[in-house]
Design a protein around this ligand. Sequence first.
Ligand code: NAD
Length: 281
Amino acid sequence: MTDRASSRARLQDKVCLITGAGRGLGAAIARRYRDEGAVVLVNDVDGANAESVAQELDARFYVADVSDPGAVRGMFAEALAAAGRIDVVVNNAGISGIEGDDEKSRERQLLSVRQAEEVAAGGPIETHVDVTPTLSDEEWRRMIAVHLDGTFYCCREALAIMNRQGSGSLINMGSIMGTSGGAGAPHYCAAKAGILGLTRALAREGASRGIRVNAIAPGWIDTDMTAPLEIMRPLIVAQTPLQRFGDADDIAWAAVYLASDEAKFVTGQVLSPNGGWHMSQ
Ligand SMILES: NC(=O)c1ccc[n+]([C@@H]2O[C@H](COP(=O)([O-])OP(=O)(O)OC[C@H]3O[C@@H](n4cnc5c(N)ncnc54)[C@H](O)[C@@H]3O)[C@@H](O)[C@H]2O)c1
């Protein structure tokens, strides 16, 4: 095999389960993994999207809500029975908290943009991003449930399998919001920060068996999740040294690297493709 040919199959025959892979970053990761020779297993709570991506990639798919521990247990049991092993799990499923609520999305963006304009003009700041006082228990709990509980449930099932195998790699989807914070999304920022802490704890726990655990902390990436951000978009681009939103492949390549043997000395780390928006994780 030439160097070029071998570099094309960086995940040859690795069994890789990707949550939230029905669209967006998860689907992009699934495509790159398949191209790198992986046996891809697609998860999403949206059955139609999961099936469509699975069909495209000739992959198995599992419709399960990652915030439901029973559904997660069932998915891993089925996946293990079908594939015989699980080498990589990408915990990518997530929500923004403003899905389908255009009015709320617009209001929060306007507050942030107005406040940034006031700061740029030298103050005084008269616009306040008052989201937390009105954030409901349900909004808070659902966000933590999908991101943090979901990542924990999937890591728990995956590690039970990987510990027996004596090998494996977990990749958890964080965000620049987990370290930089972001006004207007306290529940999202808290969930993503929790995922980074969980990642570091599991990296230490898994190391004695050679199981690697890392996180990706994307910056602002063009997907359905960020599509409603049209009001903030110019501000975000202006704040980004590389002067653009990322595309899904910018994240997929990071996920390929972390899953591959090229990253065999990398554990407990946060890789953050973010165009320079945030420079410390
Ligand atoms: N797009 C960005 O700018 C950005 C930045 C930082 C981090 N992220 C994170 O990357 C991940 C993917 O984001 P995206 O932009 O592709 O979003 P997206 O909304 O386009 O896709 C998310 C996918 O997750 C699925 N999903 C949601 N809840 C689920 C659940 N409970 N169980 C299983 N599947 C579920 C959705 O059905 C959807 O297919 C998320 O964790 C998100 O927080 C995104």
